[in-house]
Write a protein that binds this ligand. Structure first.
Ligand code: NAP
Ligand code: ZN
Length: 353
């Protein structure tokens, strides 16, 4: 066991504060990583504030962070995928049972015995629960450690490990590409990656936002059109025209307004995870035979595929880099949708000056 510097929350109402946490020494299959950057996902905030308590309780202290890039400093004797000095990434998953029907088809994220990067029981027992990437170091089984394309900016790559794969996976599964009209709802960390990726897949992309201030950015990010969702007239003009909509909204909202934008047999996939239930009108689905689905991050092989795709297409996240000492201000701004488009913590700020 060794000690790692970190930021943790002591309760749902406490600010994040500096602390020291235990990390296990690498076992034979483990990789030890010096963390360079960690993105701030809205899921970190939902978890720290115990907003998802009806589904999963947060254990405190909570060290969030699952958009990790860093450099390998140590590897176990049986590790073959990575070596000391490699640039690597870790997303939302650090373990799964490798034997269930989901794991056997590379869907580790759906494994009933999976271990999330933070707030999951720690099978290794270094601490009661896993601790995430708001930290200077982490130890992860090599299977869950990703290769980072060498040509990408590192801070902009960190958010690919969650926001990137969470949008890539459903867009790909929906067959988004040329000739398809695709809506991306909510231009935050996930949504802005959804716009970039759907554009790279060749679709006609419409960014659907509540923020008039994001109109110009949406076009720059790759949208062909922008709809301001607070303006009912703008929404109405697109009624019944979309093949696919990806809903990336973090707060309560009216999904019926977006379902009604779908063509017949169109699909809306939820990746946003508001804490309160959404209300659904049956008519939004049955008129038009539309469907509503959900999607959870992506498996490890697909996450590597996404990183390689981003390397080939020079796609990274637009980040606002902050020192970890500003994490509480960043959370306050995230709640107000005031980030363009992902906060990313420079972990050098954890080291003594
Ligand atoms: P974020 O950066 O805060 O972005 C959310 C965006 O939603 C905001 O920027 C805003 O975009 C829009 N929005 C906020 N409040 C709204 C409201 N009341 N009505 C309509 N739109 C609203 O959050 P994120 O990190 O992208 O995460 C988004 C959600 O996905 C979170 O709930 C997160 O927990 C979840 N998530 C799910 C997965 C998964 O695997 N399914 C993975 C990661 C995250 P505009 O300003 O453009 O309106
Ligand atoms: Zn996330």
């Amino acid at each position: 066991m060794y000690q790692s510097k970190a930021y943790s929350a002591a309760s749902a109402t406490s600010p994040l504060a500096s602390t020291v946490i235990p990390r296990r020494d690498p076992t034979d299959r483990d990789v030890q990583i010096d963390i360079l950057f960690c993105g701030i996902c809205h899921s970190d905030l939902h978890t720290v504030r115990n907003e998802w308590s009806s589904v999963m309780q947060t254990a405190y202290p909570c060290v969030p962070g699952h958009e990790i890039v860093g450099r390998v400093t140590r590897v176990g004797a049986a590790v073959t995928k990575h070596k000391t000095g490699d640039l690597v990434g870790v997303g939302c998953l650090v373990d799964s049972d490798r034997t269930c029907p989901c794991c056997r088809v590379n869907l580790e994220q759906l494994c009933p015995n999976g271990t999330f990067t933070y707030n999951s029981p720690d099978k290794h027992g270094a601490a009661p629960v896993t601790y995430g990437g708001y930290s200077d170091s982490i130890v992860v089984d090599e299977h869950f450690v990703l290769r980072i394309p060498p040509n990408l900016d590192l801070a902009g790559t960190a958010p690919l490990l969650c926001a990137g794969i969470t949008t890539y996976s459903p867009l790909k599964r929906a067959g988004v590409g040329p000739g398809k009209k695709v809506g991306i709802v909510g231009l935050g960390g996930l949504g802005h990656m959804g716009v970039k990726l759907a554009d790279a897949f060749g679709a006609h992309v419409v960014a659907i936002t509540t923020s008039t201030s994001k109109r110009a950015d949406a076009l720059r990010l790759g949208a062909d059109e922008v709809v301001i969702s607070r303006n009912a007239d703008e929404l109405r003009q697109h009624a019944g025209t979309f093949d696919f909509i990806l809903d990336c909204v973090a707060a309560e909202h009216d999904i019926n307004a977006y379902l009604n934008l779908l063509k017949h047999d169109g699909n809306l996939t939820l990746v946003g995870a508001p804490d309160k239930p959404l209300s659904l009108s049956a008519f939004s689905l049955i008129f038009g035979r539309r469907s509503l689905s959900g999607s959870l991050i992506g498996g490890i092989a697909e996450t590597q595929e996404m990183l390689d795709f981003c390397g080939a297409h020079q796609i990274t996240s637009d980040v606002e880099i902050i020192p970890i000492q500003q994490v509480n201000e960043a959370y306050a701004r995230l709640v107000k949708s005031d980030v363009k488009y992902r906060f990313c913590i420079d972990m050098a700020s954890l080291k003594p000056a």
